[in-house]
Write a protein that binds this ligand. Structure first.
Ligand SMILES: NC(=O)c1ccc[n+]([C@@H]2O[C@H](COP(=O)([O-])OP(=O)(O)OC[C@H]3O[C@@H](n4cnc5c(N)ncnc54)[C@H](O)[C@@H]3O)[C@@H](O)[C@H]2O)c1
Length: 274
């Protein structure tokens, strides 16, 4: 099997950083042109520059996925730039409002923003892109959930709930889009050392946490804490990377995955098996 995305057009929200950037590079590596969609202009430009250096085309669209008008503008701009959207990856996500890692429990603002970005953001962009995909009877939508969707937790209940909701939405949207030959799936990444996880580790070190379950981890610095955490909670003992997530995204975006829809697939070294 050779994944071939030659001349496909992919829109990737959250493409300015971490996992989203890894997905952009993986899709471009298989031949796709990419719309890097994010509110972080500088990060989006870095991703776009990396893609352009590989010979694929990359556009940048500033978007706030929490806003339906902004989501509609993203789709219109992508169509303006490339004439079609074959693939949509909803990766943009947060754990809370500004400086969330300094709070031991989520505030109302944390709850609201997490639901607005992680759940409504996915819905907003998906519904904005859906008419185009239905009309073409072609499309691959990939939602980035999390293994946090698989198990509640005392630490970040708002985040866990938002990601469980993304899995549920993925199933609902898959059923809505199935008659149009559009596939909708989710990926549940495990533990990745990205800016988001750096905040999680800082919060865990400050307040103690069920994240690590091991009190001696709290005396360690950020990256070292993360490595010990990975070794203690991931059965295969290794961290996940944006490249790992990008590889599954590329497969789900390909026509080889034409009969897979409504699924949520863990990429987590065996941390969760549901
Ligand atoms: N890092 C992990 O271990 C991990 C694990 C499981 C799932 N995830 C999920 O993967 C996705 C990416 O996470 P990451 O670790 O790469 O985080 P990150 O913080 O590195 O990247 C998130 C990106 O989303 C963008 N974003 C945030 N709010 C936005 C908005 N309203 N509109 C547009 N863009 C917005 C940010 O600007 C940023 O570029 C998230 O959905 C996250 O929940 C991460």
């Amino acid at each position: 099997m050779m994944i071939d995305l030659t001349d496909k057009v992919a829109v990737v929200t959250g493409g300015a950083s971490g996992i989203g950037r890894g997905i952009c590079k993986a899709l471009a590596g298989q031949g796709a042109d990419i719309v890097v969609a994010d509110m972080n202009a500088q990060g989006a430009k870095s991703t776009a520059d990396e893609i352009a250096a590989t010979g694929r085309k990359a556009g940048i669209v500033d978007v706030d996925v929490t806003d339906r008008d902004s989501a509609a503008h993203l789709v219109a701009e992508a169509l303006h730039l490339f004439g079609k959207i074959d693939i949509l990856v909803n990766d943009a996500g947060v754990i809370g409002a500004a400086e969330w890692w300094k709070r031991p429990t989520p505030s109302d603002d944390d709850w609201d923003l997490v639901m607005a970005v992680n759940l409504r953001g996915v819905v907003n962009v998906s519904e904005a892109a859906a008419p185009h995909m239905k009309e073409r009877r072609y499309g691959k939508i990939i939602n980035i959930a999390s293994i946090a969707a698989r198990q509640g937790g005392a630490d970040i209940p708002h985040y866990n709930a938002s990601k469980a909701a993304v899995v549920s939405w993925t199933q609902s949207h898959a059923l809505q889009m199935a008659p149009y030959d559009v596939n909708v799936n989710a990926i549940c990444p495990g533990l990745l050392w990205t800016p988001m996880f750096e905040g999680l580790v800082e919060r865990s070190i400050s307040f103690g946490s069920t994240l690590g379950t091991n009190p001696e981890l709290r005396d360690l610095g950020g990256r070292e804490y993360f490595e010990k955490l990975v070794a203690s909670v991931i059965p295969m003992g290794k961290e996940q990377t944006p490249e790992d997530i990008g590889k599954l995204a590329a497969f789900l975006a390909s026509d080889d995955a034409h009969n897979i829809t409504g699924q949520a697939i863990n990429v987590d070294g065996g941390r969760r098996m549901n």
